[in-house]
Write a protein that binds this ligand. Structure first.
Ligand code: COA
Length: 687
């Protein structure tokens, strides 16, 4: 049974019971229609409460959207038609999260009562959709267009208190079910017409039409390249400017457009891949993670300080260890600076910041690590230094403690050898800035135990991160792929492209930042130092451009000049850089040519895909989707393109191979398609 029917005095409680998130699957929709009809036909029933076991529905059943079952009648619109026709009050009792279709169901009720910790929202844009069952309309009519634009384009999950303030809820109660029952009784007893969100008009009268132009521009900038947030603006504008029935129809049309869009499919792939990535092949739910109650971070530099903030934000006391009080003070200054900026932006309160800061301690003494459950080392990328630190950590931390390294490239097994507990040594690679970036690339050493793996995967979620497990190799998943992408950008420079063209093409594709702007951000000296330590196959070469940049002091943003000239973070072209690049082309005897934008895109994305295939071949990543999650969450790959592996599948793996084979004779061995890519091409997909 997915919808239980029971009587509480003269009110029927329809309780949805469809774990894990009570999604509005076909069976639930059928159960609701049946329950509403039964209640309508029973003269002893004066009202209905819709509630759920656990959480109120978190939306349409995403799996049914893929199979098409979401569109089998009764669809949500049919359920809502029954609700509007019954003539008896219906009240939603909201617990947990009422999201998407779940909140649309609640908005169709005549009143909404929520528990204090409940959250509500219409986050469909995250899946490339807009609400399609009157959500944008009813939300706007209850809360006004400005609040609706903000919350729905931003996929907000509003706390109950805020939703009450906005008029989206009628009451907050410790026992929302009991309160909803008496609410329904009061509505039934009042004899007044039943309140309907769709009939409310106060907040949509006299709206300044300029509001929508302003928001469209804002959304175009903030959610660059994304269809759904733009369509949300249109639907909300329709709510304010069109006759009601017409506006509802417009919303539906826009919803259907989004549902059919390639972006929706890509974003749903990302949703599923992100959840799939949490599963470690061979490590089942019987392996319970260790609990992490106290943590330490070694190294108070930018990364270490950011990682300490992640723990503090999650309520886990953390000790920051470094060699000198000065280093610690610099680290704490950085932390305080980040928190102050968050308060200034309004994203954190003073109280929250004071609380987080109270959880961060500092020390120069390894003895202070005697009661921690995990230590994360985040010092400079020097293998010998790391080994020395791990030996210290092994001596000073409790026997059960996990020793993790934030290295982005180094061999985990070499580090583990310095300890007596290699089974508890693991990589936890955070991305900069660590307190902001979502990805946590966990790295499995040869001896890392299943329990350690389960612990760091669970820890990632506690810290609000998206975990992916990688095998131990140079650069793991993300940076190993990146080196070929970065190298290709320099080849394109040698052949005739400019930094501006390359970055423009990649940013137009949807990346947060082009490869050369990214180099400038990371520091060209850092990029060159990493490259110097890498060995290349004999018939391959690195372009000398990066080295020249580093050696001529063009370090990037930090020195005010790199591939661009900088004032703060804003960049502009530097003719001297083009001269440097042209000089390299001349030296190498390369005749510069116009390179079409489409070729630039292909040249940069194919190496990612090919290296991704090798990573799969070697078992460094368990699934193609894991690689997509790394790229979307750690490297700015547009989520609405699904990640590099999804992109390749959509492009056609056969076609990817053809493009590579056409380039291989003139561009070298790195363009030869990987075996795993050929295998996948035979099936047309990675799995
Ligand atoms: N339909 C079907 N399954 C869903 C679902 C949905 N709308 N939302 C979540 N699930 C599944 C997840 O796939 C996951 O399954 P798994 O355990 O097999 O991996 C499980 O429910 C738990 O979800 P998860 O995201 O891991 O849990 P959480 O507690 O971190 O977050 C939510 C719960 C509801 C906040 C989050 O899942 C979410 O945002 N869901 C989408 C909400 C949405 O966009 N609704 C509109 C749909 S059109």
């Amino acid at each position: 049974m997915t919808t239980n029917y029971r009587l509480a005095a003269d009110v029927v409680v329809l309780e949805i019971d469809n774990p894990p998130v009570n999604a509005l699957s076909l069976r639930v929709r059928e159960g609701l229609v049946e329950g509403i009809r039964r209640a309508a036909a029973d003269p002893a029933v004066r009202g209905i409460v819709i509630g759920a076991k656990g959480s109120f529905p978190a939306g349409a059943d995403i799996n049914e959207i893929a199979t098409g079952l979401a569109f089998a009648p009764p669809i949500l619109l049919d359920v809502q038609a029954e609700m509007e026709a019954i003539g008896k009050p219906i009240v939603a009792a909201i617990t947990g999260t009422a999201l998407g279709g779940g909140f649309e169901l609640a908005l169709t009720c005549h009143a909404r009562v929520a528990s204090p910790e409940a959250r509500v929202g219409l986050p469909e844009v995250k899946l490339g959709l807009i609400p399609g069952a009157g959500g944008t309309q009813r939300f706007t009519r209850l809360a006004g267009p400005e609040a609706a634009l903000e919350a729905i384009t931003g996929a907000a999950q509003l706390p109950a208190s805020r939703a009450l303030e906005l008029g989206l809820l009628d009451a907050i109660a410790a026992d929302p079910l009991a309160e909803a029952v008496s609410f329904a009784q009061r509505l039934a007893g009042s004899g007044a017409p039943l309140p309907r969100a769709s009939a409310r008009a106060e907040k949509i009268a006299d709206v300044d039409p300029q509001l929508f132009a302003t928001w469209r521009a804002k959304v175009a900038k903030k959610y660059r390249g994304q269809l759904a947030p733009q369509r949300v603006c249109e639907a909300i504008e329709a709510a304010c400017t069109k006759e009601r029935a017409e506006a509802f129809k417009i919303e539906r049309k826009l919803y259907l457009e989004c549902r059919e869009s390639p972006q929706r499919k890509a974003l749903m792939h990302v949703f599923h891949a992100e959840r799939e990535a949490r599963r470690i092949p061979g490590v089942g739910p019987e392996v319970a993670p260790q609990s992490i109650r106290r943590a330490a971070v070694v190294g108070a530099g930018t990364m270490g300080a950011g990682i300490a903030m992640c723990f503090a934000n999650a309520g886990i006391p953390v000790t920051l260890l470094d060699v000198s009080p000065d280093a610690l003070e610099r680290g704490m200054d950085g932390i305080r600076g980040h928190y102050a900026a968050s308060v200034a932006r309004g994203s954190l309160t003073h109280e929250k910041v004071d609380w987080a800061l109270s959880l961060i301690g500092t020390t120069t003494d390894y003895d202070a690590l005697s009661s921690v459950d995990i230590v994360i080392e985040a010092v400079f990328e020097d293998p010998e230094l790391k080994r020395r630190i791990f030996a210290e950590l092994d001596r000073h931390s409790p026997e059960h403690a996990i020793l993790a390294t934030n290295t982005s490239t180094l061999d985990i097994d070499r580090i583990a050898e310095a300890t007596s507990r290699p089974q508890q040594v693991v990589g936890t690679h955070f991305f900069s800035p660590a307190h902001v970036m979502k990805l946590m690339e966990n790295v499995r050493g040869a001896k890392t135990s299943p329990r350690t793996l389960a612990t760091v995967m669970a820890l990632a979620r506690t810290l609000g991160k998206v975990p992916v497990l990688a095998g131990n190799c140079d650069g793991f998943i993300g940076n190993r792929m990146l080196q070929y992408y970065g190298a290709e950008a320099e080849r394109l420079l040698e052949e005739g492209a400019s930094p501006e063209q390359i970055d423009r093409v990649i940013e137009a594709f949807g990346f947060a930042m082009g490869p050369l702007a990214m180099r400038d951000l990371a520091g060209n000296d850092v990029g060159w130092a990493i490259r110097r330590n890498r060995t290349l196959p004999e018939d391959e070469r690195w372009s000398p451009i990066l080295q020249r940049m580093a050696e001529s002091g063009r370090l990037g943003q930090k020195s005010g000049r790199g591939f661009y000239l900088y004032e703060g973070r804003s960049r502009r072209s530097d003719p001297e850089v083009l001269a440097l690049i042209e000089g390299v082309s001349r030296e190498l005897g390369i005749e510069r040519r116009e390179i079409p934008d489409a070729q630039i895109l292909a040249r940069l994305l194919h190496p990612l895909v090919n290296e991704g295939a090798k990573i799969l071949e070697e078992g460094i990543a368990a699934r193609a989707g894991d690689i997509d999650i790394v790229y979307v969450n750690g490297y700015g790959f547009p989520a609405y393109e699904g990640g590099p592996m999804f992109w390749a599948e959509r492009e056609g793996l056969e076609r990817v191979i053809e493009t590579m084979e056409a380039l291989a004779p003139s561009h070298g061995r790195r363009w030869q398609p990987a075996q795993r890519l050929r295998q996948a091409a035979e099936r047309g997909r990675w799995t």
